[in-house]
Design a protein around this ligand. Structure first.
Ligand code: AMP
Ligand code: ZN
Length: 470
């Protein structure tokens, strides 16, 4: 088996990766801030993480993935104030939409989706530990800050220059730039607007709420332990979010927080970062309305390596819709084929090797997809040749299923389960027999039964072909 390698932002190099216990990968992925439906940029990151978890399993490991839902932060509180709602009234419907959208894109369920507001006691305990360790202090504004000067490796992940670090100065908002590398808020004293929308809790420092960075550290350590195998997110999270997660977690536990950090690049729209702020966002709802399937979005996202910027422009999605249609047609054809050739088997072997080599080499999805389309081309040619051997056909089905389990590109309407395929085949041979004995009544009945299940058949000189259309 080829070695599994990932680019680690900590070392800025592609390195061999394996979980520390050799069996289960503890994976933490920063989830959505649930004040607006996630846009396609967010989903590019979540799709890269979906690919990651599927490939880790292909490599033979188990995965325990945590994706948090940030349901209290500056932006949510602002939104609640604007709408005269509580934060929960803002976030509950967005969480529902998030899961529906993610299912549309076939993003597998993570093992845990903790909501930040359900982990307030763990967050308070973490702040207490940091104060006890002398790296956090209560300021005169009633908030607790992390003292970056007390954590000598601060800035290691984002390679901050010491000149950029302003110890003693403080920054209270959740998101800030490198020029503001200052003591950051772990726990924020409640303001009237926090109380008004239910974003304040009792703490040893009075009423207040957690900072965004603290939320992830507390949930990660509560659910996965003090050292994670892998921590992933979008590239914009390197600073300050992940830098601050490292500082808080390591200053509390004295252990490395994550062994490997992986960051996905941005999705752009016509050259600009897709962001709610910029107003150039597309949501899953927009795609659905335009008939773009989840499979097509996956094809579009996987056509570019996760560490390269991806631009959504022009006809890109149309091209992906056409590409997955081909995958779907091929899936149908493979399901209804009667046999194969040795060359089909060779093509399947090649596909398996190439897909593994590509995906184990820093999740190279574009190369894996190229191998898949090359296989489809070669296999179609072999199926045209009309092989009869069952061995090569089942090998081709097996490898295609393996690849489909990772990339997941067969459009929904063509998705065929094995049980249905067997049933359809049985109906088709009964129909052929009925026609042979000129029992057209029975043949028509069978055709109607197939039709009810959304199976369309086509009689060709080479036999009857079928397709599931709904
Ligand atoms: P947020 O909901 O803003 O906390 O973001 C959720 C995830 O989406 C984070 O991992 C971000 O890094 C990521 N993200 C935000 N904008 C983009 C974008 N345009 N392209 C790719 N990932 C993004
Ligand atoms: Zn996070």
């Amino acid at each position: 088996m080829p070695e599994f390698r990932l680019y680690n932002t900590l070392s800025r190099a592609v390195e061999p990766f394996a979980p520390i216990d050799g069996e289960t990968v503890k994976l933490y992925t920063c989830g959505p801030t649930v004040y607006n439906p996630a846009h396609l940029g967010n989903f590019r990151t979540f799709l890269f993480e979906d690919l990651m978890r599927r490939v880790l399993r292909l490599r033979g490991w188990q995965v325990v993935q945590v994706m948090n839902l940030t349901d209290v932060d500056d932006k949510i509180i602002r939104r609640a104030a604007e709408q005269g709602k509580t934060i929960q009234q803002v976030t509950d419907p967005i969480v529902t939409i998030f899961h529906a959208d993610r299912k549309y894109l076939r993003i597998e369920d993570a093992e845990h989706y903790p909501r930040a507001t359900a982990y307030i006691p763990e967050m308070i305990a973490l702040v207490e530990r940091l104060i006890a360790n002398g790296v956090a202090y209560l300021a005169e504004d009633g908030s607790v800050y992390f003292a970056i000067a007390k954590f000598p490796t601060y800035g290691r992940l984002s390679r901050l220059d010491t000149r950029e670090i302003q110890s003693g100065a403080r920054v209270a908002q959740d998101d800030y730039s490198k020029e503001n590398a200052q003591d950051f808020a772990l726990w924020k004293a409640a303001k009237p607007e926090d109380e008004a929308c239910g974003a304040a809790w009792d703490s040893p420092w009075g009423r207040g709420r957690p900072g965004w960075h603290l939320e992830c550290s507390a949930m990660a350590m509560a659910l996965l332990g003090e050292t994670l195998d892998l921590h992933a997110g979008g590239i914009d999270l390197v600073f300050p979010h992940h830098e601050d997660e490292i500082a808080q977690s390591e200053a509390a536990s004295g252990k490395p927080f994550a062994r490997c950090w992986c960051h996905g690049e941005f999705l752009l729209t016509d050259g600009a970062k897709m962001a709610k702020r910029v107003g150039n966002v597309q949501n899953v709802a927009d795609l659905r309305a335009n008939g773009v399937s989840g499979a097509a979005v996956r094809h579009f996202v996987f056509s570019t390596h996760y560490r390269k910027q991806l631009n959504l422009a022009g006809e890109a999605l149309e091209g992906s819709m056409e590409a997955v249609r081909r995958v779907g047609d091929f899936a149908d054809r493979l399901a209804s084929a009667k046999g194969g050739t040795r060359a089909l088997e060779d093509a399947a072997d090649r596909l398996e090797n190439e897909v593994r080599a590509a995906l184990f080499d820093d999740l190279n999805a574009p190369n894996a997809m190229a191998a898949l389309f090359e296989f489809i081309r070669a296999a179609n040619k072999e199926l045209d040749a009309g092989g009869t051997e069952p061995g090569p056909l089942s090998r081709a089905r097996e490898v295609f299923r393996m690849v489909d389990a990772i990339l997941d590109l067969v459009p929904e309407r063509d998705r065929v389960d094995g049980g249905l395929a067997v049933w359809v085949e049985a109906q088709l041979s009964a129909r052929a027999e009925a026609r042979a004995r000129r029992d057209f009544g029975t043949a028509d009945e069978i055709r109607r039964a197939l039709d009810e299940k959304g199976i369309v058949i086509e009689d060709t000189p080479g036999g009857t072909r079928w397709k599931q259309v709904r």
